[in-house]
Design a protein around this ligand. Structure first.
Ligand SMILES: Nc1ncnc2c1ncn2[C@@H]1O[C@H](COP(=O)(O)OP(=O)(O)O)[C@@H](O)[C@H]1O
Ligand SMILES: [Mg+2]
Length: 311
């Protein structure tokens, strides 16, 4: 089981679109994928189920917020209690070997960050380090409890910030995937994200080393790829206005840029969420829509090479 976090500080760069399409395509190709929606905006959740379904069946007890809260209240539930298989995509994958499960999000997840922050600190340095480790390793510890044969891949859709919930995802991850739009601010943000993440990893490992006698293990999440999203093509190439930002990102140290990319198409990505099925599974047979799907398939293939999974 590989765990991959999809992260970018910025909102609207295509994190959720990348997460849902990767999950769907890889399930189509035979993998069992668990998606975790850690963003309070819950776009990933609503890409797979309707708001009504969510309110009726999940909102109160079966979201990642309920899980965080249960630990806070010292009456922990497990991730297995809140995971489910969304209907619509499960039907589409009926005759395939792979499948997609989801852990839904909740608007109230914003408050979880504040609650977790109050758990940091401590009467002395040792206590503060213990608290730092226990808060930040929450998700990692829980994912360790999942049967390693049940899923080939866990994909975590992160919120557009670097708060504690996002950090729990990084700590739990083997790899970090960074979707980005080819524009000036996105390119700047990636460099900053890499540095902040490396600082977090270093701090966590220093604390883990000093921790006497407990079982805290060191972590080594790796930056996998920057995946460009919303690429506009002309003559089969990204347009010249976007190419300088792609080139600049390729020169960043600490992360590679994926060769494949996601093309911009407002029509098909615009109506994706209501439909309950990610774009990549919609079966367009020709024209510009099919070429967007081909791009998504290429992204999924290159992703698998990067994390060493055969499909
Ligand atoms: N390749 C694309 N072409 C056109 N629109 C896109 C594309 N990818 C995403 N979008 C749209 O942009 C918005 C933000 O995408 P989303 O994946 O939700 O980003 P994030 O998760 O980073 O906030 C959504 O409305 C989505 O439908
Ligand atoms: Mg999102």
């Amino acid at each position: 089981m590989r765990t991959v976090s999809v992260i970018n500080y910025k909102g609207g760069v295509g994190k959720t679109t990348l997460t849902s399409n990767l999950a769907a395509e890889l399930a189509w190709r035979g993998l069992n994928v668990l998606m975790i929606d850690l963003d309070a905006q819950a776009s990933l959740t609503f890409s797979f189920i309707t708001p009504d379904d969510w309110s009726d069946n999940y909102a109160d007890t079966k979201t990642v917020k309920a899980w965080f809260d249960s630990i806070e209240q010292r009456n922990p539930i497990s991730l297995a209690d809140i995971v489910f298989t969304p209907n619509r995509i499960s039907n589409a994958l009926k005759y395939r070997d792979g499948g997609v499960d989801l852990i839904a999000s909740h608007l109230g997840l914003i408050n979880v960050d504040l609650d977790l922050a109050t758990k940091l600190g401590g009467a002395n340095l040792t206590q503060a380090k213990r608290n730092f480790l226990s808060v930040h390793s929450m998700l990692a510890t829980e994912l360790d409890e999942i049967d390693q044969d049940k899923y080939d891949l866990v994909l975590i859709d992160c919120p557009p910030n670097f708060n504690i919930v996002t950090k729990t995802a990084i700590i739990a991850s083997d790899y970090i995937l960074v979707p980005a739009r080819p524009d000036y601010l996105s390119t700047l943000g990636i460099d900053y994200l890499i540095r902040s993440t490396n600082t977090l990893i270093k701090e966590y490992n220093e604390f883990a080393e000093l921790d006497d006698g407990t079982s805290t293990t060191k972590i080594d999440p790796k930056f996998l790829y920057v995946v460009f999203t919303m690429i506009q093509e002309y003559g089969g190439q990204p347009i010249s206005a976007q190419r300088p930002f792609m080139a600049k990102t390729k020169r960043l140290s600490g992360i590679k840029v994926m060769d494949a990319y996601i093309k911009r198409n407002d029509t098909i990505f615009g109506d994706a969420p209501q439909f309950g099925l990610p774009t990549v599974l919609k079966g367009y047979s020709s024209g510009s829509h099919a070429s967007v799907v081909e791009g998504l398939e290429d992204v999924a293939k290159e992703f698998c090479i990067g994390i060493g999974i055969k499909i």
